[in-house]
Design a protein around this ligand. Structure first.
Ligand code: ZN
Length: 385
């Protein structure tokens, strides 16, 4: 089975945009309750996981030594806060009907030297109202929570969420054995039967990678593989093993109720689902469970009012009380805003535990070369190897 599939977009429902409520108005009688505070998260690797310490392009390194997992200045292994933010943002976009941040329009520029020719010209395969928000006074839910990324004429909105690096608990750290990855040659956007919807009118959606059976080893090669260039086409890496535990802290300011609901949904998903992060996802790395451990809410309205008693407007939730609070907000969000088509697809792609009878790997070139396969959708690749 092809290792990724798409969470569909409901093209009949454009992102709902509005002006973000921002820091300079923390409370007021005309405003609904806003949520500020912090959430402690525990992340537990369910398969080996790898996030490289340095980018591939950062110059020569000793090819006999495996690339190492990223650490912070104090020597702890970390999942960078930026990676976690990217993961959650993408989920809010997908499930909460946000704009398309990662869509570039055209893919795979032809190497003819002629400018503006692409093998996958998909600019017209997205309805314009779904493109990245442009105006900071009209932002979709993901841009209101995480910020509008692009610098625009109207300025940039910096967002209301900040996520720390997730630091590994040294007691739990176990190294997986160093491994050579398989070269990651995946079907490219020009393969229309995968990347567009059945009528080829719109892009297929947002891409997610299936989880692999954690009882099987990730796909790997027995050494470096070379194609046409002098550098190897694969990498030699040293992942952390499953059961490594990380802790992160997520701070948020003046979130509206639906925004907090969307954020919590992105974190807890559903019971039989699991997140995926980091390098070599198509080979079976990076399945990771996210659990909220503790939530601290700061109610600024109560904090500054004369009637506030002792607590300074702070409230701590853990255990059953936290679960109840999260369930309430998530269920409310799902009733009002959930992008149901996307959830249906993501539930299948991120199902946990995964189906042990399916092998996930890219169909090889000979499969793509067969005429009868040219129009097959991803769902029809289950037995393709
Ligand atoms: Zn947006």
């Amino acid at each position: 089975m092809n290792p990724y599939d798409f969470a569909r977009i409901d093209w009949s429902r454009p992102p709902e945009r509005r002006k973000p409520i921002w820091h300079d108005r923390l409370f007021g009688s005309d405003l609904p309750r806003l949520y500020s505070g912090s959430l402690t998260l525990r992340l537990t690797a369910r398969t080996p996981i790898f996030i490289p310490a340095r980018p591939v392009t950062s110059g020569p390194r000793d090819p006999r030594k495996p690339e190492t997992f990223i650490k912070d200045g104090t020597g702890h292994y970390i999942i960078p806060g930026t990676s976690l933010k990217g993961l959650l943002r993408n989920l809010v976009e997908t499930l909460g009907n946000g704009c398309l941040t990662l869509f570039d329009g055209n893919y795979e520029q032809e190497k003819t030297g002629e400018r503006g020719r692409y093998k996958a010209p998909y600019r017209d395969k997205v309805k314009p109202e779904f493109l990245h928000c442009e105006d900071k006074a009209h932002l979709c839910i993901s841009c209101r929570i995480f910020g509008s990324l692009k610098e625009r004429k109207s300025g940039v909105f910096t967002g209301k969420v900040n996520i720390s690096d997730a630091q590994a608990d040294p007691e739990t750290v176990a190294l997986y054995k160093p491994m050579y990855t398989l070269p990651l040659v995946e079907p490219k956007p020009h393969h229309r039967a995968f990347y567009l919807d059945e009528q080829e009118r719109c892009i297929a959606g947002r891409k997610f990678y299936f989880h692999h059976d954690p009882n099987k080893e990730p796909w790997q090669a027995d050494g470096y593989r070379y194609f046409t260039r002098a550098e190897p086409a694969n990498r030699y890496i040293h992942p952390l093993d499953y059961d490594t535990v990380f802790y992160a802290r997520l701070d948020f300011t003046t979130l509206e109720r639906d925004e907090l609901g969307a954020l919590l949904l992105a974190i807890v998903l559903e019971e039989d689902m699991c997140h995926k992060i980091g390098y070599a996802k198509p080979l079976g790395l990076g399945s990771i469970a996210l659990e909220p451990l503790r939530l601290e809410l700061i109610d600024y309205a109560r904090r500054y009012s004369l009637s506030a008693r002792g607590q300074g407007g702070r409230e701590q939730l853990e255990g059953e009380a936290l679960t109840q609070f999260i369930d309430e907000l998530v269920e409310e969000f799902k009733r009002q805003h959930l992008q149901r088509l996307a959830m249906e697809d993501l539930r299948r792609i991120w199902r946990w535990p995964p189906d042990p009878d399916v092998e996930y790997c890219y169909p090889d070139k000979s499969w793509f070369d067969q005429a009868e396969n040219a129009r097959k959708r991803i769902a029809e690749t289950r037995d393709a190897l």
